[in-house]
Design a protein around this ligand. Structure first.
Ligand SMILES: Cc1cc2nc3c(=O)[nH]c(=O)nc-3n(C[C@H](O)[C@H](O)[C@H](O)COP(=O)(O)OP(=O)(O)OC[C@H]3O[C@@H](n4cnc5c(N)ncnc54)[C@H](O)[C@@H]3O)c2cc1C
Length: 526
C-alpha cells in the first residue's frame, strides 16, 4: 500500500459497482484507487466459504441483470468471466408434487392450453414494455424542472420510448404500471403455481407483497434489466459470483486502477463544501479530486460525510430513505445432492422457487408488517455446484437460498431468533426435499441485520434503499440529486442506492463514472 500517491479519483467500496466505476474511470485515463473494507472484493456479490472447501454465493447467486455495456466495454470475457450456466429455467414447486417449469415463453408440466397461450401473450407484452425502459437503466436520469437541453432531451426520449409502444400498448402500460401484480396476474392467468412464481419475481428484493401497488413497476424494472442480458438469461458465473468480481477487478487493474482490500474509509474529508480526501480507519488521509461512494446513501451521508456538512432539507431527504431489508440468505453445505420430490437432476440445476400461489407470498409479506418473519417464507434456491463442481469437495454440494420475508427490525430481535428462523426456513424447504437436514455439514444464515454488519449495507437492503415509485429514477436516492452528484462538490454516489438501484447490474457504477467524466471534477482529475 502506497500512501503517498495522489489519486485523481478514490472509489469507496469494492463491490461490483465500485469496481465497475473504478474501471470506467481508469479506462478514461484517471488515476484511480478503489478501497474496500472487507478482505474480499465483491460486496453482496462475493463468495463465502461456509464449511471447509464449500464455497457459497454470500448474498447474490444469480447473474441476470449485468448491463451489456459493462460486459462489453470492460472486456469481461477477456478478463476471465465465464458462465457455468445460462438460461436457467424457473421450477415453480407445487405442494402436491405437480411442479411447473417456466423456460422463457415455454411452460412444462400439467397446465391448460389457455394458460400457456395467456402467458405467451402477457410475456410478450411485458417484454416490449420492459424493452422500452431498458435504455434508461444505462443513463444518467434527467433533472426535474430543469431548463437544460440535455435534461429535456432525456425526458423527450423517455416519452418517445413509451409512445413508440403504439397507442394500445402505451395505454396498457399506463394502466398497469401502478397496479399490484396480484391483480394483473389474476386478470390474465389462472394457474396458481405460475402466478405464485411470477408474483415472487415481481417482489423479490423489494419491500412489497404481490398486493402492494407498484409491484408491477418493480416487475417491469426487473424485466428491463433482464432484457439487457439477451440470450444469456439467468446465469451462474464459473467460480461463483467471485468469477464476475475477479474479472471486474482484472479489468480495472488492466486500465491502471489500484485496489486495496481490508481498507475501510472512516470519513470523507470535506473542506468548505468540497470533498478533498478520504480518511482511512488506519488514520491515513488520502487527498483526491473526486470521491465516489458505493456505500449506501445513508451510510455515505450520515456516517462518512456527517450531518454537519449537509443542509437540513437534504438531510431530511436522506434520513427519509427507506432502507430496511426484507431478504435473508440461507447457505447450506451438503455431503451429497439433495433430493426434491418430483425433481430430477436436470430440474435441480434450475432456479427452484417456493411460492406455490400468490396468497402464500402475500401472507409471508403480511407478517413482516408486524415485525415478525414469515412462518412460511417465499424462497429462491440454486445449487451452483451442479454447474461448477469446484465449489465443493468431491460429491458435496452447496444449496443457496434467498429467503423472503425476514424484516431487518425483527420485533423479537435477531440475536435470539436467528436459529429458530433458519429452522423454520429448513422446514419449508424440507416439505419439498425430505431428508435435506441429514445432508448438512455446514450452514450459514444471514438476516438483514447480519447483512448490514457484514456488508456495511444500512438495513441490509438488497437495493441499498427501497425500489418504489418515490425512490426510483429521477427521485433516487432523493429528489433533486439523481445525477450521481451530491451537495458536496467532488463527491458522487456510484452504488445500488443510486439509479437504477440494486441487483448485479454494474449500471450505477458505469453511469456514475460517465457523470464524473462529464464534469470538471473528472477533467481536473484526468
Ligand atoms: C440476500 C440477497 C440476495 C441477492 N440476490 C441477488 C441475485 O441473485 N442477483 C442479483 O442480481 N442481485 C441480488 N442481490 C442484490 C445485489 O447483491 C446488490 O444489489 C448488489 O450486489 C449491490 O452492489 P453494490 O456494488 O452497489 O454494493 P455492495 O455490494 O453493497 O458493495 C458495497 C461495498 O462497499 C464496501 N464499503 C462500504 N462502506 C465502506 C467503507 N466505509 N470503506 C470501505 N468500503 C466500504 C462494502 O464492504 C461493500 O463491499 C441480492 C441481495 C441480497 C441482500
Amino acid at each position: 500500500m502506497t500512501g503517498d500517491r495522489r489519486y485523481g479519483a478514490i472509489v469507496i467500496g469494492g463491490g461490483h459497482n465500485g469496481l465497475v466505476c473504478g474501471a470506467f474511470l481508469a479506462k478514461a485515463g484517471l488515476s484511480v484507487l478503489i478501497v474496500e473494507a472487507a478482505d474480499t472484493l465483491g460486496g453482496a456479490a462475493r463468495n463465502a466459504e461456509i464449511a471447509e472447501g464449500y464455497v457459497a454465493p454470500a448474498c447474490a447467486h444469480i447473474l441476470h441483470l449485468l448491463h451489456p455495456q459493462v460486459r462489453a466495454r470492460l472486456k469481461l470475457r477477456r478478463h476471465g468471466l465465464r458462465l457455468a450456466a445460462r438460461r436457467l429455467p424457473t421450477v415453480a414447486l407445487d405442494a402436491q408434487g405437480d411442479h411447473l417449469t417456466i423456460r422463457g415463453r415455454h411452460l412444462e408440466g400439467v397446465i391448460s392450453d389457455d394458460d400457456v397461450r395467456a402467458w405467451r401473450r402477457l410475456r410478450r407484452r411485458l417484454l416490449r414494455m420492459a424493452g422500452a425502459l431498458h435504455p434508461f437503466l444505462g443513463r444518467v436520469p434527467p433533472r426535474l424542472g430543469s431548463d437544460s437541453w440535455r435534461d429535456r432531451l432525456m425526458l423527450i426520449r423517455l416519452a418517445l420510448a413509451v409512445r413508440r409502444l403504439g397507442k394500445r400498448e402505451m395505454r396498457e402500460f399506463l394502466r398497469i404500471v401502478n397496479m399490484n401484480v396480484a391483480d394483473l396476474l389474476d386478470d390474465e392467468l389462472s394457474d396458481a403455481r405460475l402466478k405464485g412464481a411470477l408474483a415472487f419475481d415481481a417482489v423479490l428484493g423489494t419491500n412489497f407483497g404481490p398486493r402492494s401497488p407498484g409491484s408491477v413497476l418493480t416487475w417491469l424494472y426487473r424485466l428491463a434489466g433482464e432484457v439487457g442480458s439477451g440470450r444469456t438469461g439467468l446465469a451462474i458465473p464459473q467460480g461463483g459470483m467471485a468469477g464476475l468480481t475477479e474479472a471486474l477487478a482484472a479489468s480495472a487493474r488492466s486500465f491502471g486502477a489500484d485496489i486495496w482490500t481490508g481498507t475501510a474509509v472512516k470519513r470523507i474529508v470535506v473542506e468548505g463544501d468540497r470533498a478533498v480526501a478520504v480518511e482511512l480507519e488506519s488514520g491515513n488521509v488520502l487527498r483526491t479530486r473526486a470521491v465516489l461512494s458505493s456505500a449506501d446513501p445513508r451510510a455515505t451521508f450520515l456516517n462518512l460525510v456527517g450531518p454537519e456538512h449537509l443542509d437540513t432539507g437534504f438531510l431530511r431527504g436522506v434520513r427519509g430513505i427507506r432502507s430496511n431489508g426484507l431478504a435473508a440468505k440461507l447457505n447450506l453445505a451438503l455431503d451429497g445432492l439433495p433430493e426434491f420430490t418430483g425433481l430430477d437432476r436436470a430440474a435441480l440445476a434450475g432456479r427452484i422457487v417456493i411460492a406455490p400461489d400468490i396468497a402464500h407470498v402475500e401472507r409471508a409479506f403480511d407478517q413482516t408488517k408486524y415485525g415478525a418473519y414469515a412462518a412460511e417464507p417465499a424462497i429462491e434456491i440454486t445449487i451452483p455446484t451442479l454447474h461448477d463442481a469446484s465449489l465443493a469437495p468431491a460429491g458435496g454440494h452447496v444449496l443457496s437460498a434467498v429467503v423472503q420475508y425476514a424484516p431487518y427490525g425483527l420485533a423479537a430481535g435477531w440475536e435470539a431468533h436467528r436459529d429458530a428462523f433458519a429452522d423454520r426456513v429448513m422446514e419449508s424447504i424440507e416439505r419439498y426435499a425430505p431428508g435435506l437436514a441429514r445432508r448438512i455439514v455446514g450452514r450459514q444464515v444471514l438476516t438483514p441485520a447480519d447483512i448490514e454488519r457484514e456488508f456495511r449495507i444500512t438495513g441490509g437492503h438488497w437495493h441499498h434503499g427501497d425500489l418504489a415509485a418515490d425512490q426510483i429514477f429521477m427521485l433516487r436516492p432523493v429528489p433533486g440529486w439523481a445525477q450521481y452528484e451530491t451537495p458536496i462538490s467532488g463527491l458522487f454516489l456510484c452504488g445500488a442506492g443510486a439509479h437504477p438501484g440494486g441487483g448485479v447490474t454494474g449500471a450505477a457504477g458505469m453511469n456514475a463514472a460517465r457523470r464524473v467524466l462529464s464534469t470538471r471534477h473528472g477533467k481536473d482529475a484526468g
